[in-house]
Design a binder for this molecule. Structure first.
Ligand SMILES: [Zn+2]
Length: 60
């Protein structure tokens, strides 16, 4: 049985962002857990949400 993961073969992932801001400094979305510079406390929400999760919660 061949397990490719044993050879360090994994699913390709997006390269780390090379912007001026390291991703680790971005806030984490409470909804989906992703970090993004767009994650922030939204109007009427006391938790940090990304635009997508905010839209979901607002039912838009
Ligand atoms: Zn989210």
């Amino acid at each position: 049985m061949t397990d490719l993961t044993a050879f360090g073969v994994t699913e390709p992932q997006d390269p780390p962002a090379t912007d001026e801001e390291p991703t680790s400094r971005w806030p984490e979305c409470v909804g989906c857990g992703q970090r993004s510079r767009d994650v922030r406390e939204r109007l009427g929400q006391s938790i940090a949400l990304c635009p997508d999760c905010f839209r979901d919660r607002e039912g838009l």
